[in-house]
Design a binder for this molecule. Structure first.
Ligand SMILES: N[C@@H](CCC(=O)N[C@@H](CS)C(=O)NCC(=O)O)C(=O)O
Length: 264
């Protein structure tokens, strides 16, 4: 029995959901209430000592870190294979996954967190806000959340996040001019890992960011058309939710465009 501890808006959980569907696996979902910080309860920390989603529990064994979970699933359930056979292409796949974990994911957090996670915390007193943020396990994440809560889109993290997204889109455009998918001519874990970070752009109405890059646009269209994206990601966003997120994204987009223009 596979159980995934997840959250509908979490891109790193979405990538695992894509892989689970690509492999046609049966799994049970547990939505962790991130705005209420259920991820920091003693029960959850026993499963995931870093206090984040996703966590995959396979027959009582907890596997953490989304990229490691994806590789675990590909090793344990090898059909269809989502890692290229060729060692060089496999190294490319891992390079993209590392780039996503180290750079794209925190950037997405900086762009998304002030819009979807900060509201609940802002209803608390300043002392209560600090006490909750103090509990965040990893220091870089803790300090980033504190800056984003206090400074919103003026936090330096947002400007850096925009630069990271911009460069990633350009690098993808180049890679996809030479091959169909990020790590060769077959869909791989690299594509599953990247796709959710475009859902973020789409849901907040920031599609213009990539629409002028034809290879990236074509790649994302092909990703969206896969059943795994529809089941693993899009299914959590009905029209009402998308309209709400679109309107939250409007004023942020003005700021993002300013940062893009300043960096070009
Ligand atoms: N490197 C981790 C990152 C996990 C992560 O950042 N998860 C976010 C949701 S996308 C989270 O649980 N945040 C909770 C919090 O920040 O309090 C992975 O890939 O699994």
């Amino acid at each position: 029995m596979l159980t995934l501890y997840t959250h509908p808006m979490s891109p790193c959980s979405q990538k695992v959901r894509i892989v689970l569907t690509e492999k046609n696996l049966e799994w049970e979902k547990y939505d962790v209430n991130l705005p209420e910080k259920e991820n920091l309860t003693p029960e959850y920390l026993k499963l995931n000592p870093l206090g984040v989603v996703p966590t995959l529990v396979d027959n009582g064994m907890a596997v953490i870190e989304s990229s490691i979970i994806c590789e675990y699933l590909d090793d344990k359930y090898p059909t269809p294979k989502l890692k290229p056979e060729d060692p060089f292409l496999r190294s490319k796949m891992r390079f993209w996954m590392k780039h996503i974990d180290n750079k794209v994911h925190p950037s997405c957090g900086a762009l998304q967190w002030p819009l979807v996670m900060a509201d609940k915390l802002k209803k608390l007193s300043e002392a209560e806000q600090d006490a909750l943020i103090d509990k965040v396990i990893e220091k870089p994440r803790r300090e980033r959340q504190r800056r984003l809560l206090k400074q919103g889109y003026d936090a330096p993290d947002v400007k850096d996040a925009v630069a990271t997204y911009e460069k990633t889109i350009m690098d993808m455009e180049k890679a996809l001019s030479e091959q169909d998918w990020l790590a060769g001519d077959e869909f791989s874990l690299a594509d599953a890992a990247m796709a959710p970070y475009f859902q973020t752009l789409y849901q907040f109405g920031w599609e213009d960011w990539y629409l002028s890059r034809s290879n990236v646009t074509n790649w994302y269209e092909r990703v969206i058309n896969r059943e795994s994206y529809q089941n693993g990601v899009a299914g959590d966003f009905n029209e009402e939710k998308l309209a709400e997120l679109n309107s939250k994204g409007e004023s942020a987009w003005i700021k993002i465009q300013e940062y893009i223009a300043a960096g070009r």
